[in-house]
Design a protein around this ligand. Structure first.
Ligand code: SAM
Length: 311
C-alpha cells in the first residue's frame, strides 16, 4: 500500500471552488502547460476519460480474486491491518499535516469552537497516529481538548501509545472495531464534537459500513460533525489494480490483504444522510499529479466532506 500525497482543502460552500489548499490552488486552463507544474486542482474529466475508466473497471471483472481467498480476507479484515502494523510499525504513513488546512475546526481555537467549554474529538481508524499527533500538536497548549483515537488493529494502538508524545491526560487511544458495539473505553454517547474519518470508511466492507455509521453517530452530540476524506470512484489506485485484486463491485484487496472501496460521491452522501448526517460541504477533489521527469499524468480522486448531526 502506498501513502497518500497531501491533498487540497475542503470548500466551505459546496457551490464554490475550494478556498484553500496546501499547495495553493492551481487550475489547468491551457493543456499545453500541463508539465509546467507538479499538480493541478479540480481537473475536469473528458467523457472519453470517464468511458476509459469504466472500461478498465469492467475489464477487472474478468480477473477477480478467487472466491476462497476473498472469503478469507473478508472474514478477518482486522488481522490483515494488524499484520500490516506489526510489520511496518510507524514507518509507513506520513503525518497528515494538511489536516488543519482542510478542517480548520479541528483547531480548538477556531472561532467555531470559541463558545465550547470542552472539545471532544474521536479519530476513527487512527492507525499509529498520523492524524492524532498533528491534531494534538496544534492543540497542545489547550486544556479544552480531549482526543480519543481508535483502531481495530491492536498493534496500531500499541505503537501509537508507545510514542513519547502520547499524553494520557488529553488522549485516550483504544482498540475498537467500529462495526461492532462500542468498547468500554469509547467516549460517552452524545459526547463528541467531531469525528474524524481519514481513509477509514473505504477500509470497511460496504455491507458493514451502516453498522459503523450507526455506532459513530450515536457518539456525536446533536450539532456535532463528522469530517471525512476518502477514495473516490475511479481514483488512479482503483484503475491500477490488475489481476486478483477485485473482490466485488468497487471493493478490492491490496497485496497485503487489506481492503479498499472506492466511493461514488452521491452514494456516500445518501449513506450518511440515512444515518442522520446532513451535508455541510462535500467535494470531489479531482487532482492531476504530474511526474515531470517521466512526463506521466496521474489522475487522483478524493472525496472530502463535513456532515452535521441534526439537533
Ligand atoms: C488506510 S488506513 C488509514 C489510517 C489513518 N487514518 C491515516 O490516515 O493515516 C485505515 C485504518 O482504518 C483501520 N480500520 C479499518 N476498519 C476498521 C474498523 N472497522 N474499525 C476500526 N478501525 C478500522 C485500519 O486498521 C487502518 O488503521
Amino acid at each position: 500500500m502506498k501513502d497518500e500525497p497531501i491533498m487540497a482543502c475542503a470548500e466551505e460552500n459546496p457551490d464554490e471552488k475550494p478556498k484553500c489548499n496546501p499547495f495553493g490552488t492551481r487550475f489547468l486552463t491551457d493543456d499545453t502547460k500541463v508539465f509546467e507544474h507538479n499538480a493541478w486542482d479540480d481537473v475536469e474529466w473528458s467523457p472519453e476519460q470517464q468511458e476509459e475508466a469504466q472500461r478498465i473497471v469492467q475489464g477487472q471483472k474478468s480477473m477477480k480474486v478467487d472466491e476462497e481467498k476473498a472469503m478469507r480476507l473478508l472474514s478477518t479484515p482486522a488481522d490483515q491491518w494488524d499484520a500490516f502494523y506489526a510489520h511496518n510499525e510507524n514507518r509507513f504513513f506520513k503525518d497528515r499535516n494538511w489536516l488543519l488546512k482542510e478542517f480548520p475546526e479541528l483547531n480548538v481555537e477556531d472561532e467555531s469552537n470559541l463558545q465550547k467549554e470542552k472539545i471532544e474529538i474521536l479519530e476513527v481508524g487512527c492507525g499509529v497516529g498520523n492524524t492524532t499527533f498533528p491534531l494534538l500538536q496544534v492543540n497542545n497548549s489547550s486544556s479544552r481538548l480531549m482526543l480519543h483515537s481508535c483502531d481495530y488493529a491492536p498493534n496500531a494502538i500499541r505503537v501509537l501509545k508507545s510514542q513519547d508524545a502520547y499524553d494520557p491526560e488529553k488522549m485516550n487511544a483504544f482498540v475498537w472495531d467500529i462495526t461492532q458495539p462500542a468498547s468500554q473505553e469509547a467516549p460517552n454517547v452524545g459526547s463528541l464534537d467531531y469525528i474524524v474519518c481519514i481513509y477509514v470508511l473505504s477500509a470497511i466492507h460496504p455491507d458493514n459500513i451502516k453498522n459503523a455509521l450507526k455506532n459513530l453517530v450515536r457518539l456525536l452530540k446533536p450539532g456535532g460533525s463528522l469530517l471525512l476524506k476518502d477514495y473516490g470512484r475511479y481514483d488512479l489506485t482503483q484503475l491500477r489494480f490488475k489481476k486478483d485484486r477485485l473482490i466485488d463491485g468497487n471493493l478490492y484487496c491490496r497485496g497485503d490483504g487489506t481492503l479498499v472501496y472506492f466511493f461514488d460521491m452521491e452514494e456516500l452522501e445518501t449513506l450518511l444522510a440515512e444515518h442522520g448526517l446532513q451535508k455541510k460541504v462535500m467535494h470531489v477533489d479531482r487532482r492531476l499529479i504530474v511526474n515531470r521527469a517521466k512526463q506521466v499524468k496521474m489522475y487522483r480522486q478524493w472525496i472530502q466532506g463535513k456532515f452535521l448531526k441534526s439537533c
